[in-house]
Design a protein around this ligand. Structure first.
Ligand SMILES: [Ca+2]
Length: 266
């Protein structure tokens, strides 16, 4: 077999990185109410790429449900998808990954519901329960925000996309998370490299975040992804989180705040 010329290799890389079109984005909608008994096809597999969850860390259960009869059960244990955090600590995770989509200059709505069981550990250790990131061509991905739950504090950190990845622009406190109660989250994000960008967030029907500013990095690609679950610094005890009613859409007619799933199911 003849070796591939370097120029052609570069072209292949370009096609792989930029040529994976998503079709029409104007009416893009993906949702999962977990009623089929397995994860919807759009979720990235746990073992693909950098890895999001270990085998059997994500299952479908009828133990709890926000709607219908089923939801997803996510479990993270010590050492799951262990990675070097670069600061002397190891990280571990069990996360559902929406897949990366070309949402630059689009308004995107995300919805999901969480349920923390009675025995969920409340500990002073880093725990991210949802996040939005932007892919880059080479190197680390860029984080737009992290939705955190640490030692009983529930908050969002939004990063300044015009500066270095690690610089946080703001910390926004969120209403208390209560165990054994479904909490509904709705996110509205306009991905923009200019100050026209915005992030709005509702929790249990109440608007809790209203951010305006740059929401996409010029250093990144036009590929944005949302993750929900648990990403934490290494911890000895297992954590279990239940998730239901996931929606990701650019079609605002499908969004009616907390009635949105009723509307989708009509
Ligand atoms: Ca369900």
């Amino acid at each position: 077999m003849r070796p591939i010329k370097p120029a052609f290799q570069l072209l292949l890389v370009f096609i792989i990185c930029y040529g994976c079109g998503e079709g029409k984005i104007d009416d893009f909608t993906k949702s999962d109410d977990f009623e089929t008994g397995h994860l919807a096809d759009f979720w990235r597999p746990g073992n693909k790429g950098s890895g999001r969850y270990e085998k059997d860390a994500v299952t479908i259960t009828d133990q709890y449900q926000r709607s219908g009869n089923k939801c997803a059960k996510l479990v993270v244990q010590k050492g799951f998808i262990r990675q070097d955090g670069g600061d002397g600590n190891f990280t571990e995770r069990t996360e559902l990954d929406s897949g990366a989509h070309p949402f630059l200059n689009y308004e995107v709505w995300y919805a999901h519901s969480f349920f923390l069981p009675k025995d969920f550990p409340i500990v002073d250790n880093r725990l991210v329960i949802s996040q939005v990131k932007q892919k880059v061509l080479f190197g680390n991905t860029i984080q737009l925000f992290a939705h955190r739950f640490r030692n009983g504090s529930h908050y969002l950190t939004i990063y300044d996309m015009t500066k270095d990845e690690k610089e946080r622009s703001s910390r926004i406190e969120l209403p208390k998370l209560t165990k054994e109660k479904w909490h509904d989250f709705l996110l509205q994000i306009y991905y923009s490299e200019t100050s026209e960008g915005y992030i709005n967030m509702w929790m249990d029907g109440e608007k809790v975040v209203s951010f305006k500013g740059v929401t996409a990095s010029k250093k990144g690609r036009n590929r944005f992804y949302h993750k929900i679950g648990m990403y934490r610094d290494q911890w000895p005890d297992a954590m279990t989180l239940y998730v239901d009613d996931y929606l990701m859409t650019t079609d605002t007619t499908k969004v009616d705040k907390l009635a949105l799933f009723d509307k989708l199911n009509q």
